[in-house]
Ligand binder design. Sequence first.
Ligand code: SF4
Length: 699
Amino acid sequence: VIALGTPTRSVITTCAYCGVGCSFKAELNGDQLVRMTPYKHGAANRGHSCVKGRFAYGYATHADRILKPMIRERIEDPWQEVSWDEALAFAAARMRGIQARHGRKSVGVITSSRCTNEETYLVQKLTRAVFLNNNTDTCARVCHSPTGYGLGQTFGTSAGTQNFDSVAAADVVVVIGANPTDGHPVFASRLKKRLRAGAKLIVIDPRRIDLVKTAHVEAAHHLPLRPGTNVAVVTAMAHVIVTEGLFDEGFIRARCDWDEFAEYAEFVSDPRHSPELTEMLTGVPAEELRAAARLYATGGNGAIYYGLGVTEHSQGSTTVMAIANLAMLTGNIGREGVGVNPLRGQNNVQGSCDMGSFPHELPGYRHVKNPEVRAIFETAWGVEIDPEPGLRIPNMLDAAVSGQFKGLYCQGEDILQSDPDTRHVSAGLAAMDCVIVHDLFLNETANYAHVFLPGSTFLEKDGTFTNAERRINRVRKVMAPRNGYADWEITQLLANAMLEAEGRPLWRYTHAAQIMEEIAATTPGFAHVDYALLEEKGSVQWPCNDAAPEGTPIMHVDGFVRGRGRFIVTEYVATEERTGPRFPLLLTTGRILSQYNVGAQTRRTANTVWHAEDVLEIHPHDAEVRGVKAGDWVKLASRSGETSLRAHLTDRVSPGVVYTTFHHPTTQANVITTDHSDWATNCPEYKVTAVQVGLSNGP
Ligand code: SF4
């Protein structure tokens, strides 16, 4: 219950929605939360916030919260409320029974990028030190896993290169596959401030996003590419830069591998990458493409910001590498105002990847096959770590359908709503003997669960989130957990329920700070991070260690993390998703300002009044030939499935392209999307689906 009254005390904490990581002052009257206001000393937001963060407390106190653990023998049975001890004993016995019958690799976990670093670290530790396998994955799989791969390959580390302050020194800003106004509103304000002061803007996006033309901001170039052709457009920009001699030879000779550059330069110089041939492929006018390339190469400090419109493609990793190539080609790395910057959708995508949530990497992006790295954790944890990488989320589901994967602990992630190919996800979940859902609400995935462990919100626990600029921000407990425990305590209780039954030593963390001590002791980039430093500095950006005791605002200043920057040939390969007579339009998706992802949280806050339903944006020409008028219900059908939405006629989308958001469960966007995915990481290709649109009678 929110009390109206005069605040008597306040707690500084961090927003749990997007990757900007705004600091907030939670003001209380006694134990009652009165309001949340943006914190003026927050390094990421400097006193600003958006409508999501301001009203986030609404979901913490919402009546839909499940506060008692529940179990059931079979998913057909009704839920039964039980004590924490009973629920944990039930869950532990089921998981141990599965491993006894089907082997230790028959169970795994999926963790959320909404959880704290400390919680995420414990979940992967549970997998590796209690389940004794590497079947741990994170929802970053379906958003920024290509960033991890692409920036790791080219620069040597899987993170954005700059701090947000850096944008103030940019002369040319490239925004590709991102819509900061809706997705990262507080960063968008800082970006617009710089644009109003004279920086030039290039937008590469199928849709005419707000930034293309808004109050006192107008893009110098908007490249409205056909969905799925990012690699071709970025490679054509490189073609112009190389063939016109606009590249930074001094930077490349000093900082990159010259032989790899030579091979890359020969590749991009090929006439098939010319703007004229690229126009036929992508729909981007050749002269616009040429002018944008020249501006980025010669306009001063060039900064690139990108989002899921880059990563959620069958060539997501290739596009990330193509972008990194472009930055190295022009020397736009290693100083203020430049760089390659993924805009992370969720508050702790960066942190969940840093903490070893992927099945092939231990914390700090170190491969499980590396015996020296395993030895660090084997010493710390007192177990032998499996040297074989575990299963990714889609592989877990495939293995479940074929009967080899039987138990899942799913923390803070509604895979039935957020992952591609809904039918396959439900088939996988239905085939398991034990699904443990650890969440705030009875989500869609919980329909297939045998155990429900009620989770805690960001207001009810201590910990840290790491934002899109690698900034480690403190999350501070504002109120006691309504469910009884912070999420890291629940993971510890589950681990101990299994360990105790096996006669193994128990975990004994009493505060999240102790988990951070263990992270710092085992993970070089976090070596100097502790809660005392965070109290003193407010926040720090990793790497934070002997070489950079107070953190690292800008990376790759004197050299790349991997040594020399690596140019990688990025050949465009068309997506397997093709339009045709039955499905002639291309659907792409995105977000709206007032809502967050699948809406589980924002739909339970005051934000609901701003966005009651998702709509389908369709160009007036495409609508007219189908007899569709504004506000009509239309059927949106793909090779995978169909759903109904109201039509919104707009020339923000080009003819041939339709667009929707995915914040409401009734939209069922993932019934429509395909099972194509990024070749390197399995990130789903959410951004390209061939569809047909026709009038319907509604849902
Ligand atoms: Fe800041 Fe993002 Fe939260 Fe909005 S949603 S307040 S931009 S962290």
